[in-house]
Design a protein around this ligand. Sequence first.
Ligand code: SAM
Ligand code: SF4
Length: 489
Amino acid sequence: MTTMPHYVYIETVGCQMNVLDSEMVVASLRQHGYQLVDSVDQADTILFNTCSVRQHAEDKIYSALGHLRRHKQRNPEKVIGVLGCMAQKDQRRIFERAPYVDLVIGPGQLQQTAELIEAARAGGGQQLAVSLGRRDGPREEIRRSHETFDPLRDPAMRPTPFQAYLRIQIGCDKFCTYCIVPMTRGPEQGRPPDQIIAEARLLADQGCQEITLLGQTVNSYRDRSGGRTTQLADLLVALHEIEGLARLKFVTNYPKDMTVDLLQTVRDLPKCSHYLHVPLQSGSNRILQAMKRGYTVEEYREMMARIREILPDAAVSSDFIVGFCGETDEEYQQSVDLVRQCRFKTSFIFKYSERPGTKAAELLPDDVPEEIKRRRNNELLSLQDAISEEENQAFFGRTVEVLVEGPSHVAQKRGDDGDVLQLSGRTMCDRIVVFHGPRRLVGQILPVAVLDCTAHTLIGEAITRPTTPELVPLGLKRGVASDFSASGG
Ligand code: SAM
Ligand code: SF4
């Protein structure tokens, strides 16, 4: 245990996994006497938790490191560390590009962060800790080299203390040809159910109301320990029992594993969110095959039909990659058609970014010009936005249950510090809702009458809890919100 206080600054880019990893790193550093600060000037330890999924994410980190060169010259005692996927992918190349970096730590070695910082501070030189590559030994050894240290939870590091991510699966074995994740996060492994349930209990004891289960293909989750096979549906049933938890979500889903059994379990457990993120990636069968996604457009449509039949109110969202190797205009148009037909709640749309180390980078030319990628990206995004707005308009006059997360982005940007301000929260189906109300509502689940919307936000008014048997919208004339029975949204 360190006796001198230390000050750590951490910057996180990338997915929910990285947000969770940063929470763990900070929790572990706090146990070693560190305090979290919010600028590099106040810090004696500067950490970047990085992402490698697209080139752009890496460029941002290298540029941030570039800005630190002079800072380190002036403050040579400060420790600078690069953590996460880029550390695993680039390893010593990071020291070559930024020789003043002291630590390079892969996602599987984050539990060693405190001791590696100490070693660097004690004059031990640059510290490198990474997992084995996917071809560097027997599977079991590779698997063991990608460890997680999830049980350390720190409510102060979470986006809100009443919402938490919980990893149920690490790594990925799908090897989509464009994707670096199987290399940076290693083999797919389900965490044992006992560990997951114990951690969920701990989170509930810490006041957490909403848990989002994380996995690269979370619905492919399997654990075979103790002679039993546990799947995601079994886990949901067990987690549903935990007192204090109000909402269970899970991301990201793999289309082929969206089984009838899982959908029925979600339907039958009231705490399960009817929000399903199931990336399609492309509307063209030729492209899906080149991506090695393992399903056809027809199979994806069948999955959508299953969802609509079992969970008619479900909000489904997707990811798309535009400009993948050799994507023609017709093939791109097929993605446009699928966006029109599926009416996703949202789609995250990415321009293809070639990743060294992937099959696509090795075998397929990145031959769609940047200008065309950009045009397809913008077009698909505006089509999705128009659909999202239409879908949101269907909520006019309805009342939704909102878990209030805190001041809205607008209120934060304006620096609103009054007691009544614009608050933001989410519905059970992950729709963002803003409304005016007192700060004390943060952390509560309450009904909000929807009055207006944009593509990404429902705008409403909170409804006071009844002093009479009726629910009355705050400041809203009676009768505007016609249906006061709150829906999942
Ligand atoms: N495991 C999740 C899945 O299979 O859907 C997603 C993981 S990945 C971090 C998130 C999204 O990034 C993917 O769904 C894909 O759309 C996008 N992505 C991954 N690799 C990419 C690449 N090389 N270029 C552009 N987008 C990419
Ligand atoms: Fe990447 Fe495909 Fe695995 Fe998702 S399923 S993490 S896109 S390889």
